[in-house]
Design a protein around this ligand. Sequence first.
Ligand SMILES: [Zn+2]
Length: 554
Amino acid sequence: MAGKADLVIVNGKVLTMDAARPRASAVALAGGVILAVGSTAEMRELAAPGAQVIDAAGGTVLPGFIDSHVHLFQGSAALEFMSMDGVETPQQAARTIRAYADANPDEPMILGTGTAYDLMGGRNPTRHDLDAILPDRPVALLSPDIHTLWVNTKALELSGLLHGGPVPEGSVIVMEPGGTASGELQETGAFGPVLKLSRTGGRDMLGYVTGAEPEPPATEEERAADRRLIAKGLAHAASHGITTMHNMDGNFYQLELLSDLDATGDLKCRMQVPFHLKNYDPLDRLEEAAEMRRLYSGDRVWSGRVKMFMDGVLDTHTALMTRPYPGTETVGEPVFEPDHFNAACIRADAMGLQISVHSIGDLATRRTLDGYQAACEANGVRDSRHRIEHIEVIHPNDLPRLRSLGAVASLQPRHSALGDYFPLIPQGTILHDDQYPYAFAWQRIRDTGTPVIFSTDWPVVPVDVMRNIQCAIAPMQPGAPWDARPQSLMDTLASYTSGNSWVEFNEGRKGQLAPGQMGDVVVMDRDLEACAPGAIHAARTMVTICAGQVTYSA
Ligand SMILES: [Zn+2]
């Protein structure tokens, strides 16, 4: 008797991420949800006449990957902007920028992404360096972490920043002697005005820079262009086996665009979008977060989380540290004052909102935990699942607090200095020797019993799941004073699937291959468990399925 499955995946090495039945060889889906998991023969029995059959041919089959920290709109735009990836010398920079400018004569501003720090032979570019390359059109180069922008004089003039100006706490317009800007703009409060000059009018960055809405509102033409761009980014993510992403910047505009894409069947990944609270926002703005949650509560586009920044990044010494950077007097730049941050946490937590905080330095993480503690004390212990993003360095005293306060460690293996993408941190520059074992300390954090979830922070690094997994299971081993501990493949896969569904309060609904769960599945082109850890990046996605629909097929 024919069954009712409309899609079956057979001959796979199925890792269900479900402890009740960890392994199988086939999966059957019906009506966009998982119908059953079992043997190939059993699942074939369930297939309806005409059902689609995918032969996994011995490849690993997993719940669709969830990337729990991305910037979708920026990542999508970065697919089209000038890439500075692999550009390492001033000569290469000049060639890349001039070639892009020649090929794009109508581009309102040449915007480069992924620009290495120390590009100018051991130092960062100044406006004069960039003027020497291209003086007559605005040029702006974003650092890989999207926390610094280097611009030429034309870009400074057009954005009104040539002679500096007021910026919010935590942001810096670096000045040169004589009262003019040097061309280095640190943090979004400083470089936001420049981004408006780009082809997208800066709309791709708005949810990150301020969390505000486009002003003036986007025209129908601009909306259509932005939808097209985001659809491209979603398709790109789906090609890496991704079925859900958690955005880390947000505004109503992005939620509207995503809902439009959903309505036309063009939403290839489920998207969670937060409300972005800046340090200068009144706390009453959190009502907007509640409004976002009320308006967007589906399984495909939803909100209910608040994003805040506690500090900057290590490279510019803006990450907030418990003691000064080696050889300096600076401990970094706090974005929020502690009292203000604690009040924000208490209020958001009382509203039942989830909190996620960018926190890189050890003092930033201490203060973030202080905020979560304040929320617990004021509101009682809730199942809040508040997240801390990055945790690049943690003070040993704060390690046990992660677990005891119920915080979630949201980590990005490839984004770290132990990944294969960015340079190692040279000794004596950013970290004290005794801090190295507590830098990118994924396994130490996991050992405390703290939930660990993985993501890329696309476009800081590509949204490539397998490259990121490789950096988790086979990190660089630079030796002392580092203490790089590999993650197990199973822990890593869980941090990319069931862990990430749990953090979005969807455990039991997705993130596992079990009957009744959402029909989000990825079929890999080989057996991941048979891959050498240092070569797993070569594994490719064969098929991605979201809600029972094939969203990518190799
Ligand atoms: Zn981010």
